[in-house]
Design a protein around this ligand. Structure first.
Ligand code: ATP
Length: 325
């Protein structure tokens, strides 16, 4: 390990919770302690930082959490952190508690807060924690794997009953701005149609024609995976039933996709990324986002990370249609 220029590291979780965040917290705490640092846990994201909900953590503080969903530190959205005054106050609180490095586990918004703190002299390091996979610099985000597996199992169950009753099912999955959960489940569940926010101008008449055509060719069900960003699944179901004459039901999976024990992959990468964050903090690095690129854990500049773009693969989207005929 490189020279230890950080003495105290803080860790918080921010934005939406994601399964695997606890594995990341555990790794930050234990690796930082091995690196000779003190660790402070901050409850409720930036809200807790501003309220000074800060506790000392040791190796035992993170016992028995690797398998638990959610985040033991809690999370929050904090409007005050978006203001200059809030950011200056948060940085001052870090200084007062001797926190020279802060690890923020969350999404893009959380990195903007981290970037602001780094401008006030705190070594800020982001770890991608979001079920949506929508962090451009990283091939992987903590929680995505658990969320898609949870959704996939639920969709399989809806499919069984849908086939038995020869129904059409619209299943709404999470993803307000990003369609990765819908795309992955759409392909993994063999859905007939996938609707994602990146291509909002979907053609409902084409879906209706597709359902009627598939029924003529002997398909006993029709599964439409609809991302939250498109929404309106219930009214869509009513319109499709009226247009096709085929019983159509909407199922909104909702928050169940966020919870549950993290998969092996989420625990694995959250552990590696958490440890990596503690290592680069020990080296005094600041303003970095830990990420997975070409299968390797590495780090990039936060500002660069925030301007990167990530797009759903056209090829994968087209393949999903080709395989469902
Ligand atoms: P998710 O992907 O789950 O939505 P996120 O980290 O992107 O996670 P946000 O709600 O966008 O979630 O951001 C989390 C918190 O980060 C906000 O509540 C706010 O405290 C802080 N934050 C967001 N944007 C900024 C900003 N521009 N400047 C400073 N802080 C910000």
């Amino acid at each position: 390990m490189a020279e230890n220029s950080t003495r105290t590291i803080g860790v918080l979780t921010s934005g939406g919770d994601a399964p695997g965040m606890n594995a990341a917290i555990r790794a930050v705490v234990r690796k930082a302690i091995q690196n000779g640092m003190k660790v402070k846990g901050i409850y409720r994201g930036y809200t807790g930082l501003l309220n000074e909900e800060i506790v000392d953590m040791d190796k035992r503080s993170v016992s028995d959490i690797i398998q638990r969903g959610g985040t033991i530190l809690g999370t929050a959205r904090c409007e005050e952190m978006r203001t200059e005054e809030g950011q200056a106050e948060a940085a001052q609180i870090c200084h007062d508690h001797g926190i020279d490095s802060l690890v923020v586990i969350g999404g893009d918004g959380s990195y903007r807060g981290a970037l602001a703190l780094s401008r006030h002299g705190i070594n800020a390091i982001g770890i991608p924690g979001t079920i949506d996979l929508d962090i451009a610099c990283s091939e992987y985000t903590i929680g995505f794997d658990t969320a898609i597996n949870t959704a996939m199992e639920a969709i399989d169950k809806v499919r069984d009953t849908s086939s038995s009753h020869e129904r059409c099912s619209i299943i709404e999955v999470m993803g307000r701005n990003a369609g990765y959960i819908a795309l992955w489940c759409g392909i993994a569940n063999g859905a007939e149609d996938i609707l994602i926010p990146e291509t909002y101008d979907y053609d409902e008449q084409r879906i209706v024609d597709n359902i009627i055509n598939n029924r003529k060719h002997g398909k006993r069900h029709h599964i439409i995976i609809n991302a939250e960003g498109i929404g309106h699944s219930t009214s869509m179901a009513r319109r499709i039933e009226a247009a096709t004459g085929i019983e159509t039901r909407a199922t909104i999976l909702g928050y169940m996709q966020r919870g549950g024990s993290p998969t092996c992959k989420d625990r694995f990468y959250a552990s590696i990324m958490g440890a990596y964050a503690a290592d680069i903090a020990a080296q005094g690095k600041s303003n970095r986002v830990v990420c997975l690129q070409h299968g390797e854990v590495t780090d990039v500049d936060i500002e660069e990370a925030l301007v990167m773009e990530k797009h759903i693969s056209d090829y994968q989207f087209e393949i999903s249609k080709a395989l469902s005929t």
